[in-house]
Design a protein around this ligand. Sequence first.
Ligand code: SF4
Length: 320
Amino acid sequence: MIRVSAGTAACLGLSSNRMDAYPTTAYLLSGKQCLMKCSFCPQRAGGNNVLNRLGRINWPEYSWDEVAKKLVHAEAEGIKRICLQSVRHTDGIETLVRIVDRLKSSSDLPLSVSAWIGDEREAAALIDAGVERISVSIDVINPETYKEIKGGSLQNRLDLLFSCAGKVPGKMSTHLICGLGESEVEALTLIDKLQQAGVAIALFAFVPLRGTAMEGKEAPPVDFYRRIQAGHYLFREKVVEMDSFKFEQGRLVSFGLPEKDLINSLSDGTAFQTSGCPHCNRPYYNERPGGVIYNYHRTLNKQESEKVLAELLGSLKAGY
Ligand code: SF4
């Protein structure tokens, strides 16, 4: 059996649910309860019965045969990538490689794997098995908060991520969750380093989820998230370097660009769309339909881009 995100299941015809938006990546989830104890996550070790959730999303279970049959035709349903997410388990890399083999026999679509890997050798084994990109999720940006929320050392995971990026260049991704106590200067400094190492970054805003240890915490203010999204995009597109940004008490107050250049760079709204591996749109992982949208899963219309940009510019207060 394998779990499939509710949106993916609807898109592939595994369920008859109608969705407000459909994914462009097929999201699959393998493994039962995770060995990690990340306090924001419903899959954490020792958590209660919310195992059918990861992020805001439900993950119903299907047989491998059902899923394999649907994946053969996934491209016709608008799917452009497959993402296998795996909880940390005791099985070792061989189990993941077996799942990858199975997926590769059903589909030629590029495959991302987001999983706990222990060393560069395991990253290389996944690439040899046909994985196109591997995500080592950092999640928490501040080292102290990392210890509290995830346990263990942020630096150790970063060392692994950077050494994998050297070993399999252009094939590493990571997930960063904003709004877990880090400052904007910390977030953008790490984003800049990762970007320079060729690591693709999937940005998330923290979502307090029922049944987790962090259910009582607040989601971050959207203007905080917009400044980080914009900074990430400006690095990615090589519009500016970190040196031109100005911060006051850890908060970004200027991108160091003339206003018209900043508007030109951000006006199509791409900066505010879901980021990460190519064609990963994760509809409503961060937001409820109808609520504040942190990550747009699609191109923004003109009105939306203008609104987001006006909010961003208004929030900078100082120069651009
Ligand atoms: S960025 Fe998207 S496709 Fe890539 S590992 Fe993360 S969820 Fe999967």
